[in-house]
Design a protein around this ligand. Structure first.
Ligand code: PBG
Length: 325
């Protein structure tokens, strides 16, 4: 029955009617708040491209985690900035490393908050690549797996509730699963950054973490932005290897991939609303070209509508505040 019998506007007349038929739910319960933690004392260092986000010493990370708890955000995702970097990324799997210490401190102070940890070498290698580099400048896949597994085990031993490998080496989910199980961490879930694209939108993160590759780029391990079939294949391989949840990253230029991954796996899907996506909204809002609150909630709802169960976002605290207003 077309117009005039059908009038789509009837159900849009009032806020209550719109609420009744809303298809996508956005609540703080779906959000994960990323934290950049660095060694050092009592400092908060602003990140220029990401207003509102800071590099935090462990004490401030604990404080920030407390704010997340108070706002109803169930999880944080930790990234570490070590005091020193080397070729073997030894800071990544040091039991006294920054993420390990921060995990213990946050779990001590806020046991109910989920602590997820990013498992990757790029913040810890002197050259900034996500794996071990051979003398001929290649990122060596199989050698890297060993170090990633050591890293994941040290995070789990420190009390991490889930580990999230973001390196894009082949076979890393299987390697992590086998070694976590062998060390008694069979209950630690793996949230795999399965479809991680080689993206310009990681720019502010790399400045924050000092992880821009010293030579070359990440296109020999991160995915080509043009490929969605391949993304589904990557994800299904991680599922076979034992991933408990899978991730698409970035989010906004890849909403179709989120949808396809959800349909192909039926697993919990996470989407990472990355640093450059945050920086764009912040910059446009600061210059008065966008209403920040409306834009952020629209973007996060869009990511959920595309099929993401979990949304990792630097907007988490603001969004949680706005959603409870
Ligand atoms: C580490 C990692 C990156 C991000 C998350 N984990 C950077 C990269 O691959 O260069 C990006 C997150 C963001 O931009 O917010 N491999």
């Amino acid at each position: 029955m077309p117009f005039p019998a059908t009038r789509m506007r009837r159900l849009r007349r009032t806020a209550a009617l719109r609420g009744l038929i809303r298809e996508t739910e956005l609540s703080p319960a779906h959000l994960v708040y990323p934290l950049f933690v660095e060694l050092g004392t009592d400092s908060r260092t602003p990140i220029e491209a990401m207003p509102g986000i800071e590099r935090l010493s462990i004490s401030h990370a604990v404080e920030e985690a407390g704010e997340a708890v108070a706002l109803g955000i169930p999880a944080v995702l930790l990234f570490g900035i070590p005091a020193e970097k080397d070729e073997q990324a030894s800071g990544a799997y040091d039991h006294e490393g920054v993420v390990q210490l921060a995990t213990r401190a946050i779990k001590d102070a806020h046991p109910e908050l989920l602590v997820m940890t990013d498992v990757c070498l790029c913040e810890y290698t002197s050259h900034g690549h996500c794996g071990v580099v051979t003398p001929d400048g290649e990122v060596a896949n199989d050698l890297t797996l060993e170090l990633l597994a050591k890293t994941a085990i040290s995070h789990a031993a420190a009390g991490a509730d889930a580990v999230a490998p973001s390196d894009m080496m082949d076979g890393r989910v299987a390697a992590l699963r086998a070694q976590l199980d062998a060390e008694g961490h069979d209950s630690t879930p793996i949230v795999a950054y399965s479809a991680k694209f080689a993206s310009a939108f990681y720019g502010p993160f790399r400045d924050a973490a000092g992880s821009t590759p010293a030579f070359g780029d990440r296109r020999s391990y991160q995915m080509d932005p043009a490929n969605a079939e391949e993304a589904v294949r990557e994800v299904l391989l991680d599922v076979e290897e034992g991933a408990d949840a899978v991730m698409v990253k970035p989010a906004l230029a890849y909403l179709d991939v989120i949808r396809r991954v959800k349909e192909a796996t039926r697993l919990p899907v996470a989407a990472y609303n990355v640093s450059g996506e945050y920086a764009m909204i912040k910059a446009a809002a600061a210059s008065g070209h966008l209403d920040e609150r409306t834009a952020v909630l629209e973007v996060l709802t869009g990511i959920r509508r595309a099929g993401a169960d979990i949304v990792i976002t630097y907007h988490a605290k603001d969004a949680a505040r706005w959603l409870s207003d």
